[in-house]
Design a protein around this ligand. Structure first.
Ligand SMILES: Nc1ncnc2c1ncn2[C@@H]1O[C@H](COP(=O)(O)OP(=O)(O)OP(=O)(O)O)[C@@H](O)[C@H]1O
Length: 468
């Protein structure tokens, strides 16, 4: 082991409140002086010690624990194929230990919604920012973000804002959209190491990226007196087909734990069109809604987003309506919003993919025959998304056939904007489903959803370890 005898040297250290002290006396002295451990003169002494170790050519990894922030490991034992515990025991814990990372608390979630409470309890028992190694899929992360976004702390941290949470993702879920967007799958590397890339970044103190949050507010009809409901997402907010798929696939989870269940649910919903009215909202920085122009492979201002009126009105029906933040894919190979990676946004914004069948030159009205005829085109679009996001360049020819060239209308509209509003038609029940990172909400009859994006900065929000 690189750090050799150093491991033994520090084995007698004391763990207190997530910080490691060289001995009890030092901590007591620190407290009696009213100093915060890890600050003021103690920092200088620690750095001096570390520097002298570096001069001696000794790895400082173990000593680095002295400066580390509190570390918790949480895994969801039932996510994905149910192997999170085994993966942590066999790979995650040994790797962290090998690199001198001390885990202050290990917790397995015991029920849905538990992960957020585990983190709140840990925050209340520690100081400063914390790091969480999270073994789950996107759903557990979603629960954490929503729980922490509305929680308040007790104890010494009472009345203090929830500090920024540093997250080390370990992809143990079914789709792992966020992880596979940050660490796209590669042909090289065995599957174990592919799942440990965020851990490696954490060990190497590599780059972290702040998560943009999509805040979807579900409004009741104006006549009602109910409070609006809020869902915060870090991956996807959708309606139409994607929301129907997620809604239906949950009932298939037990029998089909893998991503096959999404394909079956997609088949079952393939002839549905969703009648709704949409407003696309500009980003703060550009003041405009932008649309992807495949001819020039760039974003341009949407022709209907103008200085005096930047909001774009869009009529349905929609076959597909999906927006993402932070990700270019929803499964390792399903690159539904590829431009999030190839033309990264420079400010808080969402990537929206619209499929409106009435753009097809061969479709003039919405009836069952037209819906049946459109199904192969829907599959062509979703199939192209699995081919490295090729759907964004598809066009219709004059007869409505889908082509990869020409100058006809684009099959999908790929939008970059600050947010959107979805106002479903009252009589269309399927149009009232909203998916937020896989969690399904129901929009009330007469209600609507407004989705906006923000990237919390300055010590707030959520950051994830990414490639260096
Ligand atoms: N101990 C538990 N028992 C039952 N359900 C749990 C438990 N812990 C967490 N959950 C629930 O498991 C659900 C699925 O978890 P998660 O979304 O992380 O994995 P996944 O669905 O397999 O992956 P992905 O979201 O990437 O497709 C979450 O919605 C969470 O509420």
């Amino acid at each position: 082991m690189a750090c050799g005898g150093l491991e033994d040297h520090f084995s007698g250290m004391l763990e207190v409140g997530g910080f490691l002290s060289t001995d009890v006396a030092e901590l007591n002295e620190c407290e009696s002086e009213g100093l915060e451990y890890g600050s003021s003169r103690h920092d200088n002494e620690l750095y001096t010690d570390i520097l002298s170790l570096q001069v001696q050519g000794v790895s400082t990894t173990a000593f680095g624990r002295l400066l580390n922030m509190p570390l918790i490991a949480i895994y969801n034992p039932v996510c994905g194929d149910g192997n999170a515990k085994q993966f942590f025991d066999q790979h995650v814990f040994p790797l962290l230990l090998h690199h001198g990372k001390t885990i202050d608390r290990v917790a397995a979630t015991e029920h849905a919604g538990h992960a957020g409470q585990i983190l709140i309890d840990f925050l209340e028992a520690t100081e400063g920012e914390i790091t969480a190694v999270l073994g789950s899929g996107d759903g557990t992360l979603h629960e954490i973000i929503n729980f922490l976004s509305s929680a308040s702390l007790k104890g010494p941290r009472a009345n203090a804002p929830i500090p920024r949470l540093q997250i080390v993702l370990v992809p143990c879920g079914t789709a792992n959209a966020l992880y596979s967007s940050i660490f796209p799958p590669s042909v090289e590397g065995d599957s174990v190491n592919c799942k440990l890339k965020s851990i490696q970044s954490f060990i190497n103190s590599s780059r972290t990226i702040p998560l943009t949050l999509a805040v979807a507010t579900l409004f009741s009809p104006r006549s009602g007196n109910k409070r609006s409901q809020v869902a915060v997402s870090s991956v996807v907010v959708s309606t139409a087909l994607h929301a129907s798929i997620l809604h239906d696939s949950e009932s298939l989870r037990k029998d089909i734990p893998g991503i096959e269940r999404f394909k079956i649910a997609a088949q079952n919903n393939s002839t549905k069109w969703y009648t709704s009215y949409v407003k696309l909202l500009p980003t703060l920085g550009t003041g405009r809604v932008q649309v992807y122009d495949p001819a020039n492979k760039t974003f341009v201002d949407h022709p209907e987003s103008e200085d005096h009126d930047p909001i774009v009105d869009v009529d349905g029906p929609f076959a597909y309506f999906l927006s993402t933040v932070n990700v270019d894919r929803l499964e390792p190979a399903f690159r539904i919003t590829p431009l999030a990676r190839t033309i990264p946004p420079t400010e808080a914004s969402c990537e929206v993919v619209l499929l409106r069948p009435l753009r097809d030159p061969s479709v003039s009205r919405d009836n069952l025959e037209a819906r049946m005829a459109f199904v192969p085109k829907l599959w062509a679009v979703l199939g192209a998304a699995y081919k490295d996001g090729a759907h964004i360049n598809l066009r219709y020819d004059t007869g409505g056939e889908i082509t990869t060239g020409g100058e006809g209308p684009t099959v999908v509209e790929y939008i970059r904007c600050g947010g959107w509003e979805w106002i479903p038609d009252d009589i269309d029940a399927d149009t009232h489903l909203l998916c937020s990172d896989g969690a399904i909400s129901h929009i009330e009859k007469g209600g609507r959803v407004v989705c906006s994006t923000e990237t919390p900065m300055n010590g707030a929000g959520f950051v994830v370890y990414a490639q260096g």
